[in-house]
Design a protein around this ligand. Structure first.
Ligand SMILES: NC(=O)C1=CN([C@@H]2O[C@H](COP(=O)(O)OP(=O)(O)OC[C@H]3O[C@@H](n4cnc5c(N)ncnc54)[C@H](OP(=O)(O)O)[C@@H]3O)[C@@H](O)[C@H]2O)C=CC1
Ligand SMILES: CC(=O)N[C@@H](CCC(=O)OP(=O)(O)O)C(=O)O
Length: 344
């Protein structure tokens, strides 16, 4: 059994990590930290874990994280960059669910996150945790930067088209909708379900930090400048992200775009290219690690549209983090993640 630690276990990604790891079979969660809830059994705060995980929250100082094979940071931005280097120096592997190691350009990172990076030497050494693109690097990495939630839905919906001469890379639009759990357990009032219920609105229209993160990957893959408008919305559901992605065509595609997507993702365990005419639903991925995509060309016109859905807490956070852990620790990539979405 591999020993696992979680820093920041009281948030929504922390409880989702515990739910997935408790049934993994190859790992044991030995430490889970919270400064505010130290001493409390995890199944008192999260009764869904009763009978699955018998453990108490401990303070980050008391938890023996150096004895772990791998530690997840499910903490706000700016925590892992302070605390992870000491663990990395001891040979512990780390998956950061926050954004500390996602952006290679430190000036871009500082601009969007409003901080100076505390461990810039690790930024270039971190693998970007999108297995569909960087599987080999993740396997051998000591530090993995788990992608953002909107970012995962948008990037997977765009990857097969990147670098194709017949699309206009300069005018991509990602219109993305998130459930309220995306804002975390300590969300500000406007992001609470009671405020979002029976309503639907844009947020961060002046610019969202997921835009440069999506762009970084699209530019790397297409090897050219990319123009991207990204607009997030809050929708009255607890879990789920749907990204509607608009891709202007420059020329008539010389290939069947549906077949292009099916071929690109043929061997991917967690990307499901749906048949023509399908409408991916967030509830079909609720609680599982899938990204489901469908491709449209409305009225046969000059715009391709891709709909991409994920569960923000699973493929958008904890599930993808476990997928990365599996690669880093040598488990089958889908171990503990072979889950079916909930219906109705
Ligand atoms: N919610 C989502 O859908 C997604 C979230 N993420 C990212 O995952 C991370 C976790 O998000 P989420 O689960 O929503 O929860 P929160 O950000 O609300 O959870 C924070 C956790 O970190 C602990 N923590 C806070 N500050 C520190 C600190 N200085 N040192 C140690 N522990 C600390 C908190 O416990 P305590 O204060 O008691 O120590 C709590 O357990 C965030 O960076 C978020 O951006 C990524 C993708 C999707
Ligand atoms: C609804 C909502 O507020 N969502 C959050 C999701 C951010 C998140 O989860 O952060 P990372 O994915 O970058 O770690 C937001 O847009 O800020």
């Amino acid at each position: 059994m591999k020993k696992i630690g979680i820093v920041g276990g009281t948030g929504y990604t922390g409880v989702e990590l515990m739910r997935l790891l408790a049934r993994h079979g190859g790992v044991e969660v030995v430490a889970i930290t919270s400064r505010g809830e130290a001493g409390m059994p995890v199944d008192i705060l999260y009764p869904n874990l009763r009978g699955a995980l018998s453990l108490r929250f401990s303070t980050p100082d008391d938890a023996d994280l150096t004895a772990c094979d791998l530690v997840f940071f499910a903490t706000p931005n700016g925590v892992a960059m302070q605390q992870a280097p000491a663990l990395l120096a001891q040979g512990v592997k780390v998956v950061d669910l926050a954004a500390d190691y996602r952006i290679r350009d430190l000036d871009v990172w500082s601009k969007w996150y409003g901080m100076t990076h505390a461990s810039p030497e690790w930024v270039g050494r971190a693998a970007y945790g999108l297995p569909e693109l960087y599987r080999d690097e993740i396997r051998s990495a000591q530090l993995v930067a788990n992608p953002g939630c909107h970012v995962t839905a948008a990037t997977l919906g765009l990857l097969p088209l990147m670098g194709q001469e017949w699309i206009d890379h300069g005018q991509l639009v990602v219109d993305s909708k998130s459930g309220t759990s995306g804002a975390g357990r300590k969300a500000e009032v406007p992001m609470l379900m009671a405020e979002a219920g029976e309503s639907f609105r844009v947020y961060a229209a002046e610019g969202h930090r997921h835009q440069p993160e999506i762009l970084q990957t699209l530019v790397a893959v297409s090897e050219r400048p990319v123009g991207l408008t990204f607009l997030p919305h809050l929708v009255p559901m607890v879990r789920g992200i749907e990204s509607s992605i608009y891709i202007p065509l420059r020329d008539e595609p010389p290939v069947d775009v549906q077949a292009l997507f099916e071929d690109y993702y043929a061997d991917e365990p967690f990307v499901d290219v749906m048949p023509p005419g399908s409408y991916p639903e967030t509830r079909s991925v609720r609680g599982n690690n899938l990204c489901r995509v469908a491709i449209y060309r409305p009225l046969g016109g000059s715009m391709l549209v891709v709909s991409s859905v994920i569960d923000n807490l699973v493929k958008g956070a904890a599930g993808q983090a476990v997928q990365n852990m599996n690669l880093m620790l040598g488990f089958p990539e889908d171990q503990g993640l072979d889950l079916i979405g909930l219906a109705p």
